[in-house]
Design a protein around this ligand. Structure first.
Ligand code: C2E
Ligand code: CA
Ligand code: CA
Ligand code: CA
Length: 290
């Protein structure tokens, strides 16, 4: 079922829909399994099956760690580890994403605050926001409450919004992002270059950073056209006063190219895969000893 659904998701994505909008069409028997899965997901938080994994973000100049992206994981005793690429769309369709998103935000802010205090580092944590969360009228207040509750400085919280989110679906998106910046948070456009944004949209999008999609980064050293797009995006970001983050950095030649062209922040398997909080903390301890 999982493979089937992921396949459907991929082809829907390929047809130009974002994974947030894709409705998975499945045979009727799978429909029942889907409902069973939804029921399990509904209980996941209460049953302690949710985890936040962290992937380090690296300064392009100094190569020191500047922060981490929080990525949700669901570990079910029967189903094993379920990829967010699969259950996030399900959570979107069922509305469960609102609670899951808030759970991730709380955990991420609490972990970041604890690590900042323990290691004396100005670590920044990036949290993904989904379309449904952004449609909630009280999102800014909720985020403000989590910051107050965890004691994290708003400037240490970066909220990522995928570029493929449609303004039609969320009419007040730009105002919401602006309001988040006004309470001191940072904002990022995620998966940049894969949606259908116009340059005018980019200009008006209140984001501190632009995260160029892995699809372009992957082809550095392979496709000169993708290299040109990466270079142009770095320049555009800088000329608009935004920070440029590259994700999906997998090999040394990606780093060489990105550094040579002034990319600010690097994230990818080459440095580290997303890891459990305890592993991330162990890495910070290791770094301190060096
Ligand atoms: P994303 O926000 O674009 O996150 C980056 C994804 O790329 C992560 O997949 C990460 O593990 C993967 N990645 C990082 N470095 C590399 C690399 O070098 N090579 C390759 N091939 N992949 C790399 P992950 O963790 O499976 O998450 C998939 C997507 O699920 C995320 O894409 C995001 O859209 C969504 N997601 C994850 N956690 C959350 C969450 O807490 N809330 C919401 N709303 N969405 C989430
Ligand atoms: Ca992201
Ligand atoms: Ca991304
Ligand atoms: Ca992505």
């Amino acid at each position: 079922l999982l493979l089937q659904a992921e396949e459907a998701m991929r082809s829907a994505k390929g047809m130009g829909h974002s994974n947030y909008q894709a409705y998975v069409v499945m045979p009727e028997e799978s429909q029942r399994q889907r409902l069973a899965l939804e029921e399990k997901l509904r209980k996941a938080e209460r049953n302690g099956e949710l985890r936040v994994y962290y992937q380090p973000q690296i300064d392009g100049r100094t190569e020191d760690i500047v922060g981490m992206e929080a990525l949700i994981r669901w570990e079910n005793p029967e189903l094993g580890m379920i990829s967010p690429g699969f259950f996030i769309p399900l959570a979107e369709q069922t509305g469960l994403i609102v609670d899951l998103g808030l759970w991730v935000l709380r955990a991420a802010c609490a972990d970041a605050r604890r690590w900042q205090a323990r290691f004396g580092l100005p670590l920044r944590v990036s949290v993904n926001l989904s379309a449904l969360q952004l449609r909630q009228g009280d999102l800014v207040e909720r985020i403000g409450a989590v910051l107050a509750e965890t004691g994290l400085d708003p400037r240490s919280l970066d909220l990522e919004v995928t570029e493929s989110i449609s303004l039609k679906a969320i009419p007040n998106l730009l105002a919401t992002l602006q309001a988040l910046r006004e309470i001191g948070c940072r904002t990022s456009i995620d998966d940049f270059g894969t949606g259908q944004s116009s340059l005018d949209y980019i200009k008006r999008f209140p984001a501190d950073s632009i995260k160029i999609d892995q699809a372009f980064v992957r082809n550095i050293g392979v496709d000169p056209d993708d290299e040109a797009i990466v270079r142009a995006t770095i320049d555009m970001a800088h000329n608009l006063g935004r920070t440029l983050v590259a994700e999906g950095v997998e090999v040394e030649r990606h780093v060489e190219f990105l550094r040579a062209h002034g990319c600010d922040v690097l994230q990818g398997y080459l440095f580290c895969r997303p890891v459990p909080a305890a592993t991330f903390e162990a890495m910070l301890i290791e770094r301190e000893r060096l």
